[in-house]
Each structure stands twice: as structure tokens, then as C-alpha cells.
Ligand binder design. Structure first.
Ligand code: SF4
Length: 84
């Protein structure tokens, strides 16, 4: 993971629906291998999309009414995997 290269954009490539249940939030926190979903003490969900691995796990495993939108970052942005 330390060898990955990120080219973040200012605009998020994934968005959540406005009102999520505690169960939906818990799912997101558990699902994301990069730990990008966090919940603050006020209960607000923060999405640290800049570190997205583009694995699609949240898209595939979260309840259908959790993500409002998910698409790959634009060309030239997002994750570049480094090998070796
Ligand atoms: S695509 Fe993968 S890394 Fe990106 S937010 Fe969803 S689960 Fe996390």
C-alpha cells in the first residue's frame, strides 16, 4: 500500500445518501479495506475519498440504498498501483 500513488481530485467520486441508519454506517466502516469511512462523535459520516483503492467493495457489499453515486475518478486521477 505504501507504494501506491494517489492523484486525488477535489471532487469526490462517491457520494452517500443523506440519511443513513446506524447499520448502514457500520457496514461501510467494516467493508472498506482502506478505512475511508469514519463517524465523528456527532454521528456524521466522513468519507476520505482521496485514499480510495477503487476496489468497489462498498458498491457491491453495502445495502443498495447506501451509496447515492459511485464512479471511477476521471482519467489521470485516482489510484496508480506500483509493483515491485
Ligand atoms: S471502493 Fe473500496 S477503497 Fe474505495 S471507498 Fe469503496 S470500499 Fe473503500
Amino acid at each position: 500500500m505504501a507504494r501506491n500513488c494517489y492523484h486525488p481530485t477535489a471532487k469526490a467520486h462517491l457520494h452517500l445518501h443523506d440519511s443513513l441508519s446506524e447499520e448502514q454506517i457500520s457496514q461501510l466502516v467494516k467493508i472498506c479495506p482502506a478505512g475511508l469511512f469514519t463517524q465523528d462523535v456527532a454521528g456524521k459520516v466522513n468519507v476520505h475519498f482521496q485514499g480510495c483503492l477503487e476496489c468497489g467493495c462498498c458498491r457491491l457489499l453495502a445495502s443498495p440504498d447506501t451509496l447515492a453515486d459511485w464512479h471511477y475518478p476521471p482519467s489521470g486521477a485516482g489510484l496508480t498501483l506500483r509493483f515491485g
